[in-house]
Design a protein around this ligand. Structure first.
Ligand SMILES: [Zn+2]
Length: 494
C-alpha cells in the first residue's frame, strides 16, 4: 500500500440498496442500457440486472465525477475582485482573501463539488488558511470531506521561488513606498521554508490525517516548476520514488509560463523533469495547455496523467488545452474544475459538456472526442491521481459512486426515443441531479446535499470574509500598486 493512502475501512453502507432506473450508462463504453435495477452493497455495485418494473419517476443513472484538480476554495475568487484577469495577476491577488475557519471553508467547497456531481475531489491546498498548524488544518479538511461524503486527494502546497513574477523581482518594488514595501514583504515575499522543512511538513500532515475517517490520500503538491527550485523538485522526486507518495503539480498552464520555461530550461522543461526523476505514474499534472506533442509523448510514456480544466483556462485567459493531441500522444486525460467552473458554481456536468464541445473535431473528420472519451476523463481517469481504486464506471464490483439524473427534465419535450447521451451532452447541469451515492452512502437526496447545509456554511463564510476584509485594506491597496507592475513586466517580456 502506498504511503499516505488508506483504503476505506469504515462502513460505507452495509445494507443492500436497490435502485431502479429507466436508463443507465453502463460499462467502459458508457452505453445506454434500458431499464435496469442496480444493487449496491458494502460501498460497491453488487449487480446490474434488466428490470421489468416501471417507476413513477424517470431516472438516468451515470457514474459520479472524479474532479482531478481542485483547490477547495471557500468562495468564488471573482467576489474578491479577482475576475477577468490572467493567471499571473489573479494568483497573487488571492493573498487579499482573508483566512477563515478551515472546516467551514472546506465543507462549503466539498458540498458544492458534490452538488455539481463529483464524489471525489483532488485538493491541491495552495492557500491554507494558516490559522493553525497545517497538520491540524488538514484534519479539519479531512473531517469536512467525510461529513459531506467525498473522497479526497490532498496535496500539500510546496514552493520556494518566484512569489510574484517568474524572474527578477527588483523591478516590482521601486513603485512601492516604504509602508507598501513592508506590506508586500510580509504578504508575498516571506522567505520560504527550507526544502527539508517542506518535506517534513508533508509527512507530518500524512501522520496527522492517518486516523481520520474517509479516504484522504496525502501527496506532495509542488505548485509548479516556475515556483519550485530544482532542489525542491529533486527532493520530491527522490522521496516519491522511495515511498510511493503521489505528486500533484501545475505545468505549462499559461503563455508566460511557457516563455519562462523555454528560457530557463533550453533543453526542454519536460526533459528536465524527466532527468530529475519527477515523471512517473505517481504524477498528475494540471493543465499542460502549452505542452507540445513531443513533451506530451514523454509524459505519456512515463505514465503521468494530465488533469485538464477547460473553464478555468478560459476564465484565466490561459487558452484551450490540446486534449485531442494529448489523447493521440497516449496521455491519460482526466477532467478537473480547478474551483473555477464556467458559472463559478462547481457544476461538473456543465464542465463535462464544455470539455466535450471544446474538443470536438470539426465537420466530418475523425472523431477526436466522443461521449465515451469525455465520460472516461470526467469520471474515471482522475481516480488514480486521487489514490482511489478503479471506478467511474457502472459495472458490478465497481465502487458505488453513482448519480441519478432527472430524465423527465432532460427529455423535456418527450417526443421520441433519443440516445440519452445526446441529452446529457447538450443540456445536463447539476440541477438535474436527483440523488447521488458516494461509496454506497446516499449523499444527495431530492437534489440536496444531505451531510451539511451549503446555505448555512456559505452564510457563515460570507460574514467571516466581510469581517476579515476590513483588516485587509492595506494589503488590497498595496496589491493595486503591484498589479500594475506585474502587467508591465509580462507585457515587456512576453
Ligand atoms: Zn489549479
Amino acid at each position: 500500500m502506498v504511503v499516505g493512502t488508506r483504503l476505506l475501512t469504515e462502513p460505507v453502507m452495509t445494507n443492500k440498496q436497490r435502485i431502479v432506473v429507466e436508463q443507465a450508462l453502463l460499462g467502459e463504453g458508457y452505453e445506454p442500457s434500458g431499464p435496469v435495477e442496480i444493487t449496491l452493497l458494502n460501498g460497491c455495485i453488487e449487480s446490474i440486472e434488466p428490470s421489468g418494473s416501471s417507476q413513477s419517476r424517470r431516472l438516468l443513472a451515470v457514474p459520479a465525477l472524479a474532479d482531478a484538480h481542485n483547490h477547495a476554495r471557500p468562495l468564488s475568487t471573482t467576489s474578491f475582485g479577482c475576475g477577468g484577469k490572467p493567471l499571473e495577476s489573479w494568483l497573487p491577488q488571492l493573498a487579499t482573501m482573508p483566512s477563515v475557519d478551515a472546516y467551514t471553508a472546506a465543507a462549503a467547497s466539498f458540498a458544492r463539488s458534490l452538488a455539481g456531481g463529483a464524489t471525489s475531489v483532488m485538493v491541491h491546498l495552495t492557500r491554507p488558511m494558516g490559522l493553525m498548524p497545517l497538520p491540524e488544518e488538514a484534519c479539519r479538511i479531512a473531517q469536512a470531506a467525510h461529513d459531506v461524503g467525498v473522497s479526497i486527494g490532498f496535496a500539500v502546497s510546496m514552493r520556494d521561488r518566484n512569489p510574484l513574477i517568474y524572474g527578477d523581482h527588483s523591478s516590482l518594488l521601486p513603485a512601492l513606498d516604504d509602508n507598501q514595501r513592508c506590506i508586500a514583504e510580509r504578504t508575498w515575499l516571506r522567505p520560504s521554508l527550507s526544502v527539508s522543512a517542506q518535506m517534513a511538513l508533508v509527512e507530518s500532515v500524512a501522520e496527522a490525517v492517518e486516523s481520520m475517517p474517509g479516504h484522504i490520500d496525502v501527496q506532495f503538491g509542488p505548485t509548479g516548476v516556475q515556483w519550485c527550485t530544482d532542489e525542491l523538485l529533486s527532493a520530491i522526486a527522490k522521496a516519491s520514488a522511495l515511498s510511493g507518495r503521489r505528486i500533484h503539480m501545475h505545468l505549462l498552464e499559461t503563455v508566460p509560463q511557457r516563455t519562462w520555461a523555454d528560457d530557463v530550461y533550453p533543453q526542454g522543461i519536460v526533459a528536465h523533469l524527466s532527468e530529475i526523476g519527477l515523471l512517473s505514474p505517481r504524477l498528475t499534472l494540471a493543465h499542460c495547455v502549452w505542452a507540445n506533442s513531443a513533451e506530451l509523448t514523454t509524459l505519456a510514456e512515463a505514465g503521468c496523467r494530465i488533469a485538464v480544466n477547460p473553464s478555468s483556462n478560459l476564465h484565466l485567459q490561459s487558452g484551450i488545452a490540446p486534449v485531442p493531441v494529448m489523447l493521440q500522444c497516449g496521455v491519460d486525460v482526466a477532467m478537473g474544475l480547478d474551483g473555477c467552473a464556467l458559472d463559478e458554481d462547481d457544476d461538473g456536468l456543465r464542465e463535462l459538456r464544455l470539455f466535450n464541445l471544446l474538443n470536438q473535431s470539426h465537420g466530418f473528420s475523425a472523431e477526436a472526442m466522443t461521449p465515451t472519451k469525455a465520460l472516461r476523463a470526467a469520471c474515471s481517469a482522475g481516480r488514480a491521481g486521487l489514490g482511489l481504486e478503479a471506478g467511474g464506471i457502472l459495472a458490478p464490483g465497481m465502487p458505488a459512486d453513482v448519480l441519478l439524473l432527472d430524465l423527465s427534465a432532460l427529455d423535456r419535450d418527450a417526443l421520441m426515443e433519443v440516445d440519452v447521451r445526446d441529452y446529457l451532452f447538450s443540456r445536463a447541469t447539476k440541477s438535474h441531479i436527483v440523488e447521488a451515492y458516494s461509496r454506497g452512502r446516499r449523499v444527495i437526496e431530492e437534489g440536496r446535499v444531505t451531510g451539511v447545509d451549503i446555505a448555512t456554511l456559505e452564510a457563515e463564510l460570507r460574514a467571516s470574509m466581510r469581517e476579515g476584509l476590513k483588516a485587509k485594506k492595506d494589503v488590497i491597496e498595496c496589491w493595486l500598486a503591484i498589479e500594475e507592475s506585474i502587467a508591465v513586466h509580462y507585457k515587456g517580456c512576453c
